[in-house]
Ligand binder design. Structure first.
Ligand code: HEM
Length: 155
């Protein structure tokens, strides 16, 4: 099945990626994680996306997220992600060369979720390596780094 032409600018994300990440925030202790990300497509103007993470020492599941990276014309992106801690993350952004940048236009929590008011993501792909940084404004703290990761393409 052919990739939808609108998604050509982010075709470099397709595949299965695995690697390590680090997390931090002023309200919590620093941590590390192992991560697997899968970007796929069904020929429509979006990429499917799923991510899962686990503790490198114990293999206990950590964060996971899933959703869709919609591709509009001219490298414009519309991203819908859901998190099992009770948040929907709705973002817009752009792809420029090897770098994808998105930021939230809305975050929608369930009543019991911790408050996250803003999320930004930057992903860069080069030579079979995907690196990313995710920042958030959450639990009363201003926008700042929560995660950085480096994944290698395994499939
Ligand atoms: C690789 C993905 C991620 C991992 C491994 C991860 C891991 C963690 C860990 C270990 C904590 C501290 C323990 C806890 O409260 O459960 C935490 C807290 C938190 N994370 Fe993440 N996280 C990830 C992605 C995200 C994303 C994408 C968001 C927002 C959209 C987010 C929002 C939060 C919030 C709001 C807290 C609570 C901070 C607090 O209680 O002060 N996390 N995360």
């Amino acid at each position: 099945m052919n990739l939808h032409p609108y998604c050509e600018p982010i075709a470099m994300l397709l595949g299965t990626w695995r690697g390590e990440g680090r997390g931090f925030y002023p309200t919590i202790s620093d941590f590390t994680y192992t991560e697997e990300v899968v970007f796929g497509h069904v020929g429509k103007p979006f990429l499917t996306y799923s991510q899962r993470t686990w503790d490198p020492a114990t293999e206990a599941p950590m964060h996971a997220e899933t959703g869709f990276w919609r591709c509009a014309e001219q490298g414009t992106l519309e991203v819908l992600l859901v998190h099992p801690f009770g948040l929907a993350e709705v973002s817009t952004g752009r792809v420029e060369g090897e770098t994808v940048s998105v930021s939230t236009i809305a975050t929608v929590p369930v009543p019991s979720a911790k408050v996250v008011s803003e999320v930004t993501r930057t992903l860069t792909v080069g030579s079979g390596v995907l690196t990313y940084e995710i920042s958030m404004a959450a639990v009363g703290e201003p926008l700042q780094a929560h995660l950085e990761g480096r994944l290698e393409k395994i499939g």
